[in-house]
Design a protein around this ligand. Structure first.
Ligand code: ZN
Ligand code: FE
Ligand code: FE
Ligand code: ZN
Length: 263
């Protein structure tokens, strides 16, 4: 079984279950290592409904500390940190001050639009899809350029509701972003939560994962669990996807340092 490097806690206000239940679920499924990556606090008020406040961050540390003694699975301490225009004001200093094992970087907004919100299907049906994707992947490239993150989370998240441009258009916009991810030494995750969404597909798609493999960008696996039952969700399918795209190794992290292990 692969390590599960993407899961949340009740502090984000939209997840459920005691932290010990996530650990127990991983143990039962034979997952050797997990990393909690709850949504980062944002003192500037960005997307406040989906995250802990900065005042609650010590509570997050304590929550994870309660289960860190676990050997089976090993438990890592991470964060899912959003990239958006102006985020560096806080994150560039703050991320370094914490003892994270892994910083997952995500983009959840196109401009002011929280495009992956549960009720955004209607908006997707009305927008210029290629234009929205292009804007999104510009942000992906900017995220990589900051050098603040270790792993890119759910890389083709804009496909969540099934709206996506042609393969040709996707290649044009995705390849420059992947080049910058590679240049930053970042990994990308195979995020199985897409299988729980209308698109019913792992993030990223085979098309994009092949482009990542061509650039030798390492991979991690993540369930994006918001409930204990989702830990390790459909990892067999993610493993198959990785192998199909030519991967024989994946990345493990400790204190933000990466090592490669066989699949
Ligand atoms: Zn969440
Ligand atoms: Fe996310
Ligand atoms: Fe997440
Ligand atoms: Zn996520």
């Amino acid at each position: 079984m692969q390590a599960d490097y993407h899961m949340h806690t009740v502090l984000c206000k939209h997840a459920e279950g005691d932290i010990a239940e996530y650990v127990e679920a991983a143990r039962k499924k034979g997952i050797p290592e997990i990393c909690f990556t709850d949504h980062v606090p944002a003192p500037d008020g960005y997307d406040a409904i989906n995250r802990m406040t900065l005042d609650q961050f010590p509570a997050y540390k304590e929550l994870v500390a309660k289960v860190r003694d676990s050997q089976n699975p090993a438990v890592l301490f991470g964060i899912e940190a959003d990239y958006y225009e102006g985020c560096q004001d806080f994150l560039s200093k703050w991320l370094h001050q914490q003892k994270f094992d892994l910083v997952l970087g995500s983009v959840h907004f196109i401009g002011k639009w929280g495009f992956d919100g549960p009720d955004e299907m209607k908006t997707w049906a009305a927008v210029n899809v290629a234009e929205a994707w292009r804007e999104y992947f510009k942000s992906v490239g900017k995220l990589a350029d900051t050098g603040m993150y270790d792993v890119f989370g759910h890389l083709d998240l804009p496909k969540k509701f099934g709206f996506r441009p042609s393969d040709k258009q996707q290649k044009e916009m995705v390849q420059p972003a992947l080049d910058r991810i590679a240049a930053a030494g970042m990994a990308i995750e195979l995020n199985t939560s897409g299988l729980r969404r209308p698109v019913k597909e792992i993030y990223p798609s085979p098309l994009i994962l092949q482009l990542a493999h061509e650039r030798e960008i390492p991979i991690t696996f993540g369930s994006d669990s918001h409930a204990p039952s989702q830990v390790g969700f459909n990892f067999s399918e993610a493993l198959k996807l990785a192998r199909d795209c030519g991967y024989t190794q994946c990345a493990r992290f400790r204190q933000r340092g990466k090592t490669l292990v066989g699949l």
